[in-house]
Design a protein around this ligand. Structure first.
Ligand SMILES: Cc1cc2nc3c(=O)[nH]c(=O)nc-3n(C[C@H](O)[C@H](O)[C@H](O)COP(=O)(O)OP(=O)(O)OC[C@H]3O[C@@H](n4cnc5c(N)ncnc54)[C@H](O)[C@@H]3O)c2cc1C
Length: 396
């Protein structure tokens, strides 16, 4: 029997795992990526706030794919779902039996006036390893003033990411001996310091105890680098010495036919349980590029990749919407655990969870290449930590 052709667009967190999960006796698998390198995005935090080398957080995509998976280094410029064709920047075309969108959520630095200049001056911890390195240099040379972390749109990757940056920057300033002279400031667009009040109630006292200034209902509207001010849509302004702003995210920038498979923000519309692109039984989308009503996180991309791998083999797998986003302070951690049926459950900060998070980071490269080895361990963890288990037996 001829093998079915699966073309996976993007070799990041979701795409690479899916490629490695598909049995090669049944599928001919091709991954297309515009970059030769897979970047571990959470590594931006370790580079920006801990000064770790950027090389630690990127690897050639080819080296992460199982032998037998084809890799095409080219940019996707269009997908015609009616014609079953992927168009590449280099002029090539790829036909398929199944296509999977996994091209992530690019950042839009032109949406907020002054943002591009801000990143050019100081770097940031959400876009590239190079910008994270630049932010580290900027922060390491700060001796006084205000370091502001702010968010330009409530939908962004890793909801606790800005909070992790806040605690880690405080830790960095403490290490540098300037924590009493550099004020760390966190400004968020929601009514509480975290989008879920349950989690906000846990971290608010931690922020207060460190003297971190917080602002709620602050959605970044524009930045004036010369005046050193950030203005919010709600009409407030914040002074900064150095600032890092999380840029608005977007869906795929390339053309997809028919155009109505993208929602108003450009994300690919999918069935939130099966990851199937609405209206097409030979197209799926996973990870940050979809409109699934759950966190844009590596865990989501991973679990959706497992679902799609099983569905392509004829099993009725479904994604529950489970999240497991780590939020770490300088020493402790918690996981934001929710699914489609449960908002984030009450959790406590603990040293053990910070250790667990470090463990997840340490297993990353192996879990990408050999998901079949790690998945039984992750499945046991997800079962033991399911929202309904916590709600029955109490939090942890
Ligand atoms: C600072 C930070 C901290 C984070 N921390 C965590 C965490 O602790 N836990 C967690 O679960 N998640 C975390 N995340 C989120 C997580 O990294 C992402 O949700 C995850 O990487 C999404 O995987 P993806 O496959 O959808 O997209 P990506 O990993 O972004 O991969 C997309 C791939 O598509 C390629 N691509 C894009 N456009 C094209 C094109 N036109 N043609 C060809 N290729 C293209 C890109 O080069 C890239 O390789 C964090 C993110 C950030 C920024």
């Amino acid at each position: 029997m001829a093998k079915e052709k699966v073309v996976i667009l993007g070799g990041g967190g979701g795409g690479a795992i899916l490629a490695n999960l598909l049995p090669q006796d049944r599928f001919e698998v091709t991954v297309v990526d515009k970059s030769e390198y897979h970047v571990f995005l959470p590594g931006f935090l370790w580079v920006a706030f801990k000064g770790q080398p950027k090389e630690k957080f990127r690897r050639p995509i080819k080296s992460l794919l199982k032998p037998g998976v084809n890799f095409v280094h080219d940019e996707v410029v269009g997908v015609d779902l009616n014609e079953r064709t992927v168009h590449l920047k280099g002029g090539g075309k790829l036909g398929y039996d199944y296509v999977v969108f996994a091209t992530g959520a690019p950042l839009d630095f032109d949406a907020v006036p002054g943002h591009r200049e801000l990143v050019e001056r100081f770097g940031d911890f959400y876009s590239t390893l190079e910008n994270a390195e630049k932010l580290h240099r900027t922060l390491a040379s700060m001796r006084e003033g205000r370091f502001v972390i702010a968010i330009a749109d409530p939908i962004y990757k890793c909801p606790p990411g800005p909070h992790k940056g806040t605690f880690l920057s405080y830790e960095l300033f403490k290490r540098l001996g300037v924590a009493d002279k550099v004020k760390v400031v966190l400004a968020v667009p929601y009514p509480h310091v975290y989008s879920s009040k349950t989690i906000a109630d846990v971290i608010e006292p931690e922020l207060e105890a460190r003297g971190i200034e917080t602002h709620t209902f602050f959605t970044v509207d524009s930045i004036d680098l010369e005046k050193h001010k950030i203005y919010s849509l709600e009409g407030e302004e914040l002074d900064f010495t150095v600032a890092a702003v999380v840029a608005p995210h977007t869906g795929p920038q390339y053309k997809v036919e028919p155009g109505n498979v993208k929602d108003d923000s450009g994300y690919i519309k999918i069935d939130k349980y099966t990851s199937q692109v609405v209206g097409f039984d030979d197209a799926y989308a996973i990870g940050d590029c979809t409109n699934a009503p759950t966190s844009k996180s590596g865990v989501t991309a991973h679990l959706q990749a497992e679902v799609v791998a099983k569905r392509l083999q004829g099993f009725d797998a479904r994604y529950s919407g489970r999240t497991n986003c780590p939020l770490i302070t300088d020493g402790k951690g918690l996981f934001v655990i929710s699914d489609y049926d449960h908002p984030p459950i009450p959790v406590r900060l603990s040293g053990l969870k910070r250790f667990l998070e470090e463990l997840f980071v340490a297993t990353y490269w192996s879990a990408i290449k050999y998901p079949e080895l790690w998945d039984p361990i992750f499945e046991a963890y997800f079962e033991a930590s399911a929202p309904e288990v916590f709600l029955r037996y109490g939090g942890w």
